[in-house]
Design a protein around this ligand. Structure first.
Ligand code: NAD
Ligand code: DAU
Length: 334
């Protein structure tokens, strides 16, 4: 039996990953270390919280004591913990540098000390920066353009340095934009779906033509597990599903699915340093035999319907600090 230390497991992708792993494997133990920031939410794990194979520890990946105590018990570390929202990194980068860079350092040091079997660093496609034409390969230079993506690039290369310098068995994944259930409603898709359900404006940055490559979160989780079994230490792997859409297209899908008027579309001031297009060349992982198993259209339908049916989950999140952030970010009240 393997013990996985999953950091940031109370967030969007981490919670989906824990659920995916518990469903797939009987002989597994998962420790979820999460600080429960505004983005961490134990409701994301309500259905599995009493599973004997799962344990939750509230703590900070920057805290050497807790990280050492838990890493000592782990065979595998999967580091999802991060400050993850680009807009918040523009307003206040401090926590991004602290958690995404220093926190990853603390985890890497503990992994080295206790000799884990595998360290999976969940990086992001944003480390490459924006690309007008073509797609980024794993060997392309990193040109991150927001404090968020720069902090993730720092962690990405720091993890690599622990492979080169200390021989730590590190694998680095760079995935494109995820969507699915339990995504905090500050990100494009859950924000627009929940605003539309409340007949509130959908704030589109700039001209709405920025392009993202969308992947259903379960496919991302599946790819991480595939790479745990089949990846080579020290290697970087792009993960994407080849679903490039601009933000206007995403908005129209949401409005159509919910039967809401286009008049909800509201153009607002552009995000500072807004990357125009992300695009990944995923030949490397495809040639190893991995491919996504969900169609974009079906996964979008299921995701939108999940938010329709789970108002209990998101309604209470849109209060307090969320409303303050919203007002200062969009220059309008929700
Ligand atoms: P999220 O913001 O939903 O979740 C982040 C989680 O980390 C939260 O539960 C939060 O409480 C926790 N956390 C934050 N700081 C912590 C700290 N110091 N110690 C312990 N826990 C802490 O983010 P997400 O969208 O689920 O992203 C997860 C990871 O995947 C991140 O590393 C992100 O960079 C990466 N990623 C995200 C996407 C995407 O589209 N969302 C795509 C590629 C990669
Ligand atoms: O590419 C992977 C990255 O995807 C992850 O590493 C990040 O953690 C994750 O947050 C996401 O970053 P993006 O900036 O691409 O995601 P976001 O949902 O914030 O925005 C998607 C696009 O939608 C982007 O072009 C900005 C635009 N947008 C977003 C919001 C929140 C709007 O037009 N209006 C909005 O209100």
């Amino acid at each position: 039996m393997k013990t996985f230390l999953v950091t940031g497991g109370a967030g969007f992708i981490g919670s989906n990953y824990i659920r995916y792993m518990l469903k797939k494997y009987d002989d597994i133990h998962i420790i979820n270390l999460d600080k429960l920031t505004y983005a961490g939410n134990l409701d994301n794990l309500r259905d599995i919280e009493n599973d004997a194979r799962y344990e939750f520890v509230k703590g900070d990946i920057c805290d050497e004591e807790v990280v050492n105590r838990l890493t000592q018990r782990a065979d595998v570390v999967v580091n999802f913990a991060a400050e993850s929202h680009v807009d918040r990194s523009i307003g206040r980068p401090d926590d991004f540098i602290r958690t995404d860079v220093f926190g990853t350092f603390v985890l890497l040091e503990a992994a080295r000390k206790h000799g884990v079997e595998k360290f999976i660093q969940i990086s992001t496609d944003e480390v490459y920066g924006s690309i007008e034409d073509g797609s980024f390969k794993e060997t392309d230079p990193l040109m991150p353009s927001s404090p968020y993506s720069a902090s993730k690039a720092g962690a990405d290369r720091l993890a690599f340095s622990y492979f080169v310098t200390y021989g730590l068995p590190v694998i680095i994944t760079r995935c494109s934009n995820n969507f699915g259930p339990y995504q905090y409603p500050e990100k494009l898709i859950p924000l627009f779906v929940t605003n539309a359900l409340e007949d509130k404006p959908l704030p589109i940055y700039g001209d709405g033509k920025n392009v993202r490559d969308w992947i259903y979160v379960e496919d991302h989780c599946d790819a991480i597990d595939f790479l745990y079994h089949n990846g080579t230490d020290g290697e970087v792997y792009n993960i994407g599903a080849g679903n490039e859409r601009n933000n206007l297209e995403i908005t129209e899908i949401i409005l159509r699915e919910l039967n809401k008027p286009k008049s909800l579309m509201t153009f607002v001031k552009d995000r500072l340093g807004h990357d125009r297009r992300y695009s990944l060349d995923c030949t490397k992982i495809r040639n190893m035999g991995w491919q996504p198993s969900h169609s974009f259209d079906e996964a979008m339908h299921d995701t939108i319907q999940w938010y329709v049916q789970n108002r209990w989950w998101w309604e209470k999140l849109k209060s307090g600090e969320y409303l303050e952030f919203y007002k200062s970010n969009y220059q309008m009240a929700l």
